[in-house]
Ligand binder design. Structure first.
Ligand code: ZN
Length: 597
């Protein structure tokens, strides 16, 4: 058994204190390490950089501690029990780190708890100590042993891996509950306005959860907790085995007595749905490269698209199947994903297999050139999942639902790692070599996912056009048919806009403009209302003089304007659809049959 203690040392200095005790330590010198990354987020974060004042104790006396690499401490040799004590600076609002102020505390275990070398498989007990003079409560999915009514006290995990897979929310949150097939679900909401329509939120979340449970047959956990932090502007989530930590913007919440803006509300539900699906896909159906997690270095896999792409496909699909959104809204979401993928020239250079493998240095560390150099294994991965599902549904008697159930039964239920490429092999076994070949080509190639013909078989017409404006995300028919001119950039700011991205083969790149350049004037006139407005009365092919600053140097160049690329998609029900096409579509978008396995 390894015993942990977590206490608030200082709200205002944002410090937790952690004590980790081992009864029978390694007699040659017990080592303790903090992960360099957290499962679910593929970036080396080196959490040890937030550790302050590490020290050791044995039988009440100080024990010498030496740091031996960036994340590891070694205590002096002793046979007596050892306690390793350290402070963690916690002021990272993201779901991957730790946070503490007067209002709230949050712990993602990987950022806060060290493992004791040699004891990774041992039970871990955690005592969470209540801060003085506060009415805080605890929300965590970690199994409790002995806790008070507010949740402070002792918890237990089977091993270190489980200890860091139950994030801990501390504070004054609103707690909502519902049950599905006897499995208790809770939503702990921090920072929500008082007039939030909690009832509607909870009912809709329950419908979505139910849909995912129907797909796989049963919930793989005894209880589940959503931790939702509401902020002014933010979006993100991190999946865990029986919980998830979410951050969402205030505007996405439903309010009592008001019609919720459906687009914002959809965004919130996509997040709930996505992380909940991960309880099966990636937390239990997981890559062999993650069994066990090596938290001292990167864990490479070419299959992240399976875990993030397929999850991204099902997150929105479950919303329409559960009736939280209608068919039109679902087609709009799909078309926006297609648009996102079409807008990056990086899709022509990197496959989703390569994007998965290089996630650590590319997707998670995007720079100004990202749209030109990489493809998202989330977005394109979800289109590959869509392609596969449509192929299976129109050409075979199975669907992606069957593939996921088979994956669950063979790997997820037993938590055996899925070897690289096994997903494709499973598709081959279920649906034949021809379909598997098309799937493999999509995974390892850089061609656009061939969706247009597939959509047609489901009575859906896929259309593309140029973007109406810089804010046009696609999903709807365009507003103006006129050709829009394009500089081939993403810019920020209305006055003297700054270039964020300069797209390959665009007019700006050909004129020598670069990310970071600040555009001051077009044809001698200052840009004050944004680029779209400044370009409005120019024609395709026109040459315009641009004055710009690169750092503090003013320069002038001539840009020949191009036509805006045809990169914006919308989908609509084909007017000439047959009843067979309609039936295929309706079956695809209906709740999963309970006998689909
Ligand atoms: Zn995800």
């Amino acid at each position: 058994m390894v015993d942990y203690e977590l206490r608030v040392l200082s709200h205002d200095a944002h410090l937790f204190e952690v004590r980790c005790s081992v009864e029978r330590p390694d007699p040659t010198g017990q080592r303790f390490s903090l992960p360099v990354w957290t499962p679910g987020s593929y970036l080396i974060r080196e959490f040890a950089r937030h550790v302050i004042g590490a020290r050791g104790e044995s039988n009440g006396r100080a024990l010498e501690v030496e740091k031996i690499d960036k994340q590891t401490w070694q205590c002096a040799a002793t046979d007596a029990p050892v306690t390793f004590i350290y402070e963690v600076y916690a002021f990272d609002l993201s779901v991957r780190g730790a946070y503490l102020d007067r209002g709230r505390g949050f712990v993602n275990g990987a950022a806060v708890f060290v493992w004791a070398h040699g004891f990774e498989q041992h039970q871990a007990s955690l005592r969470i100590i209540a801060p003085a003079q506060s009415d805080w409560r605890v929300a965590t999915a970690m199994p409790a042993v002995e806790i008070d009514t507010r949740g402070f006290g002792s918890y237990r995990s089977a091993d270190y891996d489980e200890l860091i897979d139950h994030p801990i929310e501390l504070g004054d949150f609103v707690l909502q509950q519902f049950e599905i097939q006897g499995v208790g679900h809770q939503i702990a909401i921090t920072g929500a306005p008082g007039d939030t329509d909690f009832g509607r939120l909870t009912a809709d979340v329950a419908r979505v959860c139910h849909e995912h449970i129907r797909l796989f047959g049963a919930a793989p956990f005894e209880r589940y907790l959503f931790q939702l932090l509401v902020v002014g502007d933010g979006y993100g989530g991190l999946e865990h085995r029986a919980s998830t930590s979410l951050i969402a913007s205030r505007k996405t919440l439903p309010r009592v007595g008001f019609d919720t803006n459906s687009e914002d509300y959809r965004t919130l539900f996509g997040l709930f749905s996505h992380e909940y699906f991960h309880a099966w896909n990636v937390k239990r159906i997981k890559p062999a490269a993650f069994v066990p997690y090596d938290l001292t270095r990167e864990a490479f896999t070419r299959d992240l698209w399976v875990y993030e792409g397929i999850t991204s496909y099902y997150d929105d699909l479950a919303l329409v199947r559960a009736g939280v959104i209608d068919e039109g809204a679902y087609l709009e979401l799909l078309a926006q994903t297609i648009t996102r993928v079409l807008r990056g020239a990086g899709r022509l250079k990197q496959s989703v297999a390569e994007s998965s493998f290089d996630a650590w240095i590319k997707f998670y560390r995007p720079d100004e050139n990202a749209p030109n150099s990489l493809v998202s294994y989330y977005a394109k991965g979800s289109l590959i999942a869509l392609m596969l599902d449509l192929i299976l549904r129109s050409e075979t008697t199975v669907s992606l639902d069957h593939v996921m159930r088979a994956l669950w039964q063979r790997y997820g239920q037993t938590c055996v790692g899925v070897p690289e490429g096994r997903f494709e092999a499973l598709v081959e076994a279920l649906a034949g070599a021809g379909i598997a070949r098309r799937l493999r080509a999509a995974i390892s190639g850089t061609d656009d996912v061939p969706l247009e013909q597939l959509f047609a078989q489901f009575g859906i017409a896929m259309q593309v056009r140029a973007a109406d404006s810089a804010d046009d995300k696609g999903g709807k028919p365009g507003k103006n048919g006129a050709a829009r001119v394009s500089l081939g950039v993403r810019a920020e700011g209305k006055s003297d806009p700054k270039l964020v991205h300069v797209y390959d083969d665009g007019a700006a790149q050909a004129a020598g403009l670069a990310p970071g350049d600040q555009l001051m004037a077009l044809n001698g006139l200052r840009i004050t209302e944004g680029l779209d407005a400044a370009l409005k009365y120019h024609r395709v092919g026109a040459r315009v003089n641009v004055h710009a600053f690169r750092r503090d140097q003013l320069f002038e160049t001539q840009v020949q304007l191009k036509q805006a690329p045809i990169d914006t998609c919308w989908l609509e029900i084909a007017s000439a659809e047959t009843s067979a096409q309609r039936a295929l579509r309706q079956h695809w978008l209906s709740p999963v049959d309970d006998d689909a396995g």
